[in-house]
Design a protein around this ligand. Structure first.
Ligand code: 3PG
Length: 307
């Protein structure tokens, strides 16, 4: 009987775990759970006899793949799959998938919440500002970017994005989002930028001093994506030079202590919280379980990312 392991250092809501268990067991498979583990060695032990694996931001390294002798499929319950060693998966013929769009709403809501919080000086009692009438740039118009754009419009913001994709341009036109030519233009135009770039070789450190310095007075950069896309030295230099610049992120930077010198101009969630809602956990967790069942029973490879 195939064994499906859910291994999540940051646990899903209970209701999501029970939903995954139900899908797995009604398909005739065995369900196993490793939650809130403290050490990578716990994951190495747990994967030893797993045929399928569901993870979140958990690092599925070449070592984990090596330890998972029976593994056929790993599903990242979420959007970004930079935590999966795709090369190691492909070498072993293991299918890797994500669950695109399933946790987007939770992240988009968090982004707007963070923007309001920064506009109100982290609720310190001093007079702040409103989002209405401000310019909002969406960097990467995917599932999350699109929802942030719609929420921004509901707040009365003027929303912009830039993209080369025809499908994204169509979506932007439907959403009443204005098209700009480049990231440089986006950063020059927008008082708020919400970035949704994935962490890839060509995006790492791409939010650098030169780009961020283009932002107009009263700038707020919102990062609910990945810390790797930020050039932290460049951002630190800019924030030291510009007292109007704010940075809010759902991911703790490597140089957290240095960012702390900017007081209320920065805020970092203690743990990545964007997708941490019961709804997102249910959507992404159940989608992952269903994808595994369809793959193991019918060979369905929709959402495979290591083709
Ligand atoms: C994602 O890529 O889906 C988000 O970053 C959420 O990550 P998490 O599952 O670790 O909360």
């Amino acid at each position: 009987m195939s064994k499906v392991l859910v291994a999540t250092e940051k646990p899903f809501a209970k209701v999501a775990v029970e939903g995954i268990r139900e899908i797995v067991e009604s398909a005739g498979f065995t369900f196993a759970l490793l939650e809130s583990y403290k050490d990578q060695s716990d994951l190495l032990k747990a994967v030893a006899d797993a045929d399928a694996l569901i993870v979140r931001s958990d690092k599925v390294t070449a070592e984990v793949i090596e330890a998972a002798k029976k593994l056929k499929i790993v599903v990242r319950a979420g959007a970004g799959y930079d935590n999966l060693d795709l090369e190691a998966c492909t070498k072993r013929g293991i299918v890797a998938m994500n669950t695109p769009g399933q946790n987007s709403n939770a992240v988009a809501e968090l982004v707007l919440g963070l923007m309001v919080m920064m506009a109100r000086n982290q609720y310190n009692g001093k007079s702040g500002s409103e989002l209405k009438g401000k310019t909002l740039g969406i960097q990467a118009y995917g599932h999350i970017g699109r929802l942030v754009a719609r929420l921004g419009k509901a707040f009365g913001m003027e929303v912009y994005s830039c993209t080369r994709s025809e499908a994204n341009r169509k979506a932007m036109a439907e959403d009443g989002v204005k098209l700009l030519d480049s990231a440089e233009e986006l950063y020059s135009k927008c008082q708020y930028v919400s970035t949704h770039l994935p962490a890839k070789d060509n995006t790492k450190k791409s939010l650098n001093y030169a780009l961020l310095a283009r932002m107009p007075k009263g700038a707020t950069l919102v990062n609910s994506a990945r810390k790797e896309i930020i050039d932290e030295d460049g951002l630190l230099k800019l924030m030291a030079e510009r007292e109007d610049f704010r940075y809010v992120s759902d991911i703790q930077p490597d140089k957290l202590d240095e960012f702390k010198q900017f007081g209320e101009r920065v805020f970092f969630t203690p743990k990545k919280m964007g997708a941490q809602t019961a709804e997102a956990n249910i959507n992404a967790g159940l989608a992952a379980a269903n994808q595994i069942v369809k793959f193991l029973k019918e060979g369905d490879r929709t959402f495979q990312v290591n083709k």
